[in-house]
Each structure stands twice: as structure tokens, then as C-alpha cells.
Design a binder for this molecule. Structure first.
Ligand code: DX5
Ligand code: ZN
Length: 230
């Protein structure tokens, strides 16, 4: 089976018990902590910053933390997240005046770098920076909120991005974010994704008191991925 990564988005977790929520979801077999940073400027919502990332590390989280910046500008805040323990730092090309520079900065600080494409943003700028990205993240909803429905056109975009990656020969992850559920994850994998963000499907569909509840949904996602023809 391909090396698939499941990345629960903590946007849908219980923030009052965040450390425990992350521990439980990782114990249930998830791979990566997806960390949504929103600024009420680039997107119409406000969430969490480097202090919370650092707090998760201090709590003992050792899993990779995938920081998805939905902020503008990005350069001022990138070093803070690197220092706070981010593993991946991704940003939207519209949010940086100097995309190449921001990507370089992320790698120089020891993190994996990536670009995020909104549903209607073309992949064009990628071809000039394929050597500087470790992950390409396609939004399958408009960014800002959890719990939205997967936009089906993203499947075509995934196929196009998969082709770009395969033709480039670089080792680049293809991540998908928005509306990923047990019932569509297999189709998304077959379109080329290998890293799957899921917020409401994981944190929302189960009771919050029983750590083992997350096993069911993460396990069901893995079972679907095992059936994917890739
Ligand atoms: C949306 C965020 C997503 C969000 C996904 O702007 O980037 O990571 O949490 O949530 P679901 O899985 O509920 O669509
Ligand atoms: Zn996200």
C-alpha cells in the first residue's frame, strides 16, 4: 500500500482539552497533527498561533505538526512557528509577495515547506518552485472553516498535481484539506493524494470522552485507503 498519512485537523478538536485530544487521536493511529492558523484577514476566522504549537510540544507531542498558514503576510510569523516546533509550514501563494523567498526561509529554518492552493487558484506558480516544496496542499473547500463539503472539481486538480509531481521526480507529498470523510477518502487517494486532512470527520463524529472512539473513524479511513487502487 502507498505510504498514506492521516492528518487530523485540530480545528475541530475540543480546545479546552487540546493536549489530551491530540494524544488520543495519535494513539488511534493518525500520523500528523494538522494545525490551522487563521488571522481574520486572509480568511474570515481567527484561530491559534505559535504559542499553542509550542504548548503541544511541551505537553509531549512528538508527532509531526503540519502548520497550515491562512495568514497574510507570512514571512513575519514563519520563524516563530519554526521555533515553536512546526514540522511542516505551508502557506497560500496569494499571501506572500515573494513566494520563493518564503519557501526558502521555511527550509532554512529546518522545516518542510509547502504551498496551498485554494479551489480556484491555478497551480501555475508551482512549476517554478518544484525544487523548493516538500508538500503541495490542495484545498477542497474554501479556507476558513471546518465542516464544509468536499468540492468535487478538486479530484481533477489532484490528478493534475499528481502528474506534475511524478514528472518532476521530486519527493513531494500531495495533501488534501476539506470535507474528507470515510466515504470519499478512497476516491481522493485514487486521484493522487497521499496525505489526508480530516477535521470534523474525526473530531466531530465521535464522543469526546472516550479516547478509543477515534480508533473507529481513523481505522475506517485506513481500511478505505487499503482498498484504493493507486
Ligand atoms: C479549513 C481548514 C481545514 C479544516 C478541515 O480552512 O484548513 O483544515 O479544519 O475541516 P473539515 O475536515 O471538517 O472539512
Ligand atoms: Zn487546514
Amino acid at each position: 500500500m502507498a505510504d498514506f498519512k492521516i492528518a487530523p485537523s485540530i480545528l475541530s478538536a475540543d480546545f479546552a482539552r487540546l493536549g489530551e485530544e491530540v494524544d488520543n487521536v495519535i494513539k488511534s493511529g493518525a500520523d500528523v497533527v494538522h494545525f490551522d492558523v487563521m488571522d481574520n484577514h486572509y480568511v474570515p476566522n481567527l484561530t491559534i498561533g505559535p504559542l499553542v504549537c509550542e504548548a503541544l510540544r511541551k505537553h509531549g507531542v512528538t508527532a509531526e505538526i503540519d502548520v497550515h498558514l491562512m495568514v497574510k503576510p507570512v514571512d513575519r510569523i514563519i520563524p516563530d512557528f519554526a521555533k515553536a516546533g512546526a514540522s511542516y509550514i505551508t502557506f497560500h501563494p496569494e499571501a506572500s509577495e515573494h513566494i520563493d523567498r518564503s519557501l526558502q526561509m521555511i527550509r532554512e529554518l529546518g522545516c518542510k515547506s509547502g504551498l496551498v492552493f485554494n479551489p480556484a487558484t491555478p497551480l501555475d506558480c508551482l512549476k517554478h518552485v518544484m525544487d523548493k516544496v516538500d508538500v503541495i496542499l490542495l484545498m477542497s473547500v474554501n479556507p476558513g472553516f471546518g465542516g464544509q463539503s468536499f468540492i468535487p472539481e478538486t479530484l481533477n486538480k489532484l490528478r493534475a498535481a499528481r502528474k506534475l509531481i511524478d514528472e518532476s521526480g521530486y519527493d513531494i507529498r500531495l495533501e488534501i484539506d476539506g470535507g474528507v470523510k470515510v466515504d470519499n477518502i478512497r476516491e481522493i487517494a485514487e486521484a493522487g493524494a497521499d496525505m489526508f486532512v480530516a477535521g470534523s470527520a474525526i473530531f466531530g463524529a465521535v464522543g469526546k470522552d472516550d479516547a478509543n472512539d477515534y480508533d473507529t473513524v481513523v481505522g475506517a479511513m485506513r481500511a478505505e485507503l487499503a482498498k484504493a487502487k493507486v
